[in-house]
Design a protein around this ligand. Structure first.
Ligand SMILES: NC(=O)c1ccc[n+]([C@@H]2O[C@H](COP(=O)([O-])OP(=O)(O)OC[C@H]3O[C@@H](n4cnc5c(N)ncnc54)[C@H](OP(=O)(O)O)[C@@H]3O)[C@@H](O)[C@H]2O)c1
Length: 232
C-alpha cells in the first residue's frame, strides 16, 4: 500500500487531497491544526492517521517525526498555507507579516521534509510536492504579469522563498532518488479564493494525483494545474 503525508488537511485543497488519495486506497497521514478538524477527519476517513500540529511550531518537526516513526512515506505534500494579511503594498507590509508567512510556507515545509528524512532506516519518499502559487513566480512578477494584483507581499515573498527551497532540495536529494516539485494548484474556490477562482479543490486534487500516478513528474518542475508549467 502506498503512503502519502499531507499538511493543511482540514479544508480546501488539503481535505480534497485526503479524499482523493483515500479513494485510491493510499494510507493517508494528515496534519491539521485544530481538534475539531481531527474529529472531522477521523470520522469521515477511519483509516486516515491524523496529527494535530502547527507547522510553524518549534516542536513540529519532533511531533511529526514521532507520528510517522518507522513508516515509509512515498509522497509528501506540503500544502498548509495562509494568504497573508492586508499588506498588499509597501506601506502596509510589515516584518512580522513576512516572517509569519515565511515560517508557514518555507520553514514549515522544510520541517516536514526533515521529519520524514529523520529515520535513516526507512526508504526515502519518491516525490516531495510543495504547494506553491503563481504568486511565487519571480519571472511573472518581473515581467509585469502580476502588476496590480491584490495579493499580500508576505504571501508572494514566502512562496518565492518556498520555490527556492524546492530547487535547493531537488539538487540535494537527487542522489537519494527523491524528486521535488513545486505546484500551483490553480485559482481555487476555497477560503483563500482569489477573485478569478474557478477550479474546485476536488478538481485540483484529482489533477495533481493524476500527474503523480502517471509517474511523469520531473524534479525541478514548477507545474500549474490549470495551464501546464509556470516560469520560476
Ligand atoms: N486557493 C487558491 O486559489 C490557491 C492558489 C495558489 C496556491 N494555493 C495554495 O494552496 C494551499 C492550500 O490552500 P487552500 O486554498 O486549500 O486554502 P485554505 O482553504 O485556506 O486551507 C489552508 C490549510 O492550511 C492550514 N494551515 C494554515 N496555516 C497552518 C499552520 N501554520 N499549520 C498547520 N496548518 C496550517 C489550514 O488549517 P486551519 O483550518 O487550521 O486554518 C488549512 O487546512 C496553500 O498552500 C495555498 O497557498 C491556493
Amino acid at each position: 500500500m502506498k503512503t502519502v503525508l499531507i499538511t493543511g488537511a482540514s479544508r480546501g485543497l488539503g481535505l480534497a487531497l485526503v479524499q482523493t488519495f483515500y479513494e485510491l486506497e493510499y494510507k493517508v497521514y494528515a496534519v491539521v491544526r485544530a481538534a475539531n478538524a481531527y474529529d472531522m477527519l477521523t470520522k469521515m476517513y477511519p483509516n486516515v492517521s491524523v496529527l494535530i500540529a502547527d507547522v510553524t511550531h518549534e516542536s513540529y518537526k519532533e511531533q511529526l517525526s514521532q507520528f510517522i516513526s518507522n513508516t515509509e512515506i512515498n509522497v509528501v505534500i506540503n500544502n498548509a498555507g495562509s494568504a497573508g494579511t492586508s499588506g498588499i503594498d509597501t506601506r502596509r507590509s510589515t516584518g512580522d507579516q513576512l516572517i509569519y508567512e515565511f515560517e508557514t510556507h518555507c520553514v514549515g515545509a522544510l520541517s516536514t521534509v526533515n521529519a520524514v528524512l529523520s529515520n535513516e532506516h526507512i526508504l526515502p519518499p519518491s516525490v516531495i510536492v510543495n504547494i506553491s502559487s503563481r504568486r511565487g513566480s519571480l519571472n511573472m512578477q518581473a515581467t509585469g504579469a502580476a502588476m496590480g494584483i491584490k495579493c499580500s507581499f508576505s504571501y508572494r515573498i514566502a512562496k518565492a522563498a518556498q520555490n527556492m527551497l524546492s530547487l535547493c532540495m531537488a539538487d540535494d536529494l537527487e542522489s537519494m532518488g527523491i524528486k521535488v516539485i513545486s505546484v500551483h494548484p490553480g485559482a481555487l474556490l476555497t477560503k483563500m479564493a482569489p477573485a478569478d477562482a474557478t477550479l474546485t479543490p476536488e478538481q485540483s486534487a484529482s489533477r495533481l494525483v493524476k500527474i503523480l500516478e502517471d509517474s511523469n513528474v520531473k524534479s525541478r518542475d514548477f507545474i500549474c494545474l490549470e495551464t501546464g508549467k509556470l516560469p520560476w
